[in-house]
Design a protein around this ligand. Structure first.
Ligand code: CUA
Length: 167
């Protein structure tokens, strides 16, 4: 078989490119440990309280150490359950000191939701049957919107809250 000179060049470029992309992928997956956010952490969507993170009293923001917080969220159609305040009212606004590390853990008992804190790295899918989690460091003071960015039904636009990073 005769291959034209330019055909060989382009073929080689394609093969080199393919190998480079596979190496980059392998580097990310095996060396940097980059995995899907859920880590395959499963949960029974009909009994999310079996996981203590999603017991009613553990929902919302909890301080675990100096500048370390855990934020447990149950995303349901059509609300984010962030726990209740001292008066028993649902929490819709969170305040976190700048420079804090926050471990966000979320799940859904019904349909797929999104969990995005716009302007930060927090942008997760929240799927029934899985625990989505990620840790972020919030360094920039300001008010951020917590919003569902996966269309989940007629009340999709009602799923939001605010996160304030304070000095
Ligand atoms: Cu929940 Cu859109």
């Amino acid at each position: 078989m005769h291959l034209h000179k330019y055909e060989k060049y382009w073929l080689s470029a394609g093969i080199v490119g393919l190998i480079a992309f596979l190496l980059i992928l392998a580097f990310g997956a095996f060396y940097l440990g980059t995995h899907p956010q859920s880590h395959g952490d499963v949960i029974d969507p009909d009994n999310i309280e079996a996981n203590e993170a999603f017991l009613p009293e553990n929902l919302g923001l909890t301080k675990v150490d100096e500048k370390r917080y855990v934020l447990n969220v149950v995303a349901t159609a059509f609300n984010y359950n962030l726990g209740t305040d001292e008066d028993g009212q649902p929490v819709t606004h969170l305040e976190i000191p700048a420079g804090s590390k926050v471990l966000v853990q979320a799940t859904s008992p019904d349909v797929v939701h999104g969990l995005n804190i716009a302007g930060t790295n927090v942008n997760m899918m929240v799927e029934p049957g899985y625990v989505s989690s990620m840790e972020v460091e919030l360094n920039n003071p300001g008010e951020y919107t917590l919003v569902c960015n996966e269309y989940c039904g007629v009340g999709h636009h009602l799923m939001f809250g605010t996160v304030e990073v304070v000095e």
